[in-house]
Design a protein around this ligand. Structure first.
Ligand code: ADP
Ligand code: MG
Length: 271
């Protein structure tokens, strides 16, 4: 199994030139059994930019996101986030899989928001946001609470800190989930169809929060069928089908002037 396809040293962690990639996905392959789901996918996401991933169901979008934080192990290629190889460490010419502890540590710097919000039902909004900072990185309770209140305010839920998930709308729960991810101070946020489980009238508030995050310079990879969001917020739109990147470019290019028939068919279908 080849994980590192060449020996170029990763960039120094933490240091970014404008336009430099925060995420580099290079020739990533992934199969489930003998079904190859990702076939040599390459993609670069500059720091502080938003990439929207589009594609029909089954095209490999979720799998790709899951590979970025090592929820799936890749079969080939490599993924680098902020200068660090994901899931593997290099010792000289050799590459070893990280220990579960190292993987967990690496994953903490990557926030992920799912279609289903996965909040803890027995914890309030505030407690959901505090849970990882207190339980995982041992921040003090008072510090974690103060930060959680700030984050709930940022997603428009300052007045709902004491509510349990069942007392919140789907859109509010999703905004709590975003606040919870932000509580770990991620350098990258991954969103997997964050609004597709929501009633249409609740979608806007969630997209507004994401828009605001983008404006503040968060690096984001977003799987969504919200073409309006892609058009307004994305720096890069990537269309995937059958485990390959069919077309990638600016929203103007990919959405406004798609070069490939498959892209045109898909855009027609989500109108
Ligand atoms: P998308 O998010 O674009 O709809 P996915 O990445 O979820 O696509 O899935 C791509 C393909 O991989 C699908 O055919 C799906 O059935 C398959 N797949 C995803 N996860 C698994 C898994 N854990 N085991 C087996 N097959 C999987
Ligand atoms: Mg998916």
């Amino acid at each position: 199994m080849t994980i590192v396809t060449d020996n170029q040293a990763p960039a120094r962690p933490g240091a970014h030139q404008p336009g430099e990639s925060l995420v580099e996905i290079r020739r990533v392959r992934k199969s489930f059994g003998n079904h190859q789901v990702l076939r040599d996918v390459s993609l670069a996401v500059p720091a502080g930019t938003v990439t929207v991933l589009l594609g029909p169901s089954g095209s490999g979008k979720s799998t790709l996101l899951r590979c970025v934080n090592h929820l799936e192990t890749i079969d080939g290629g490599r993924i680098i986030v902020d200068g660090e190889l994901i899931g593997y460490r290099q010792a000289g010419a050799k590459t070893h899989e990280m220990t579960p502890r190292q993987i967990a540590k690496q994953r903490r710097s990557i926030g992920m928001v799912f279609q289903k919000f996965n909040l803890f039902p027995h914890l309030t909004a505030l407690e959901n946001v505090c849970e990882a900072p207190i339980g995982v990185v041992r921040r003090s309770k008072s510090q974690a609470r103060a930060r959680a209140i700030e984050l709930l305010d940022r997603v428009g839920l300052a007045d709902f800190a004491g509510h349990y998930p069942a007392q919140l709308s789907g859109g509010q729960q999703q905004r709590v989930a975003i606040a919870r991810a932000l509580a770990m101070d991620p350098k990258l946020m991954l969103f997997d169809e964050p609004t597709s489980a929501l009633d249409p009238e609740l979608v806007g508030d969630v997209l507004d929060v994401m828009r605001e995050l983008a404006r503040e310079g968060m690096t984001m990879i977003v799987v969504t069928h919200e073409i309006g969001f892609a058009r307004g917020v994305a720096d890069q739109v990537v269309f995937m089908d059958g485990g390959v990147v069919v077309e990638a470019g600016t929203p103007e290019d990919v959405l406004g002037n798609p070069q490939r028939q498959r892209t045109r068919n898909f855009l027609e279908s989500v109108k």
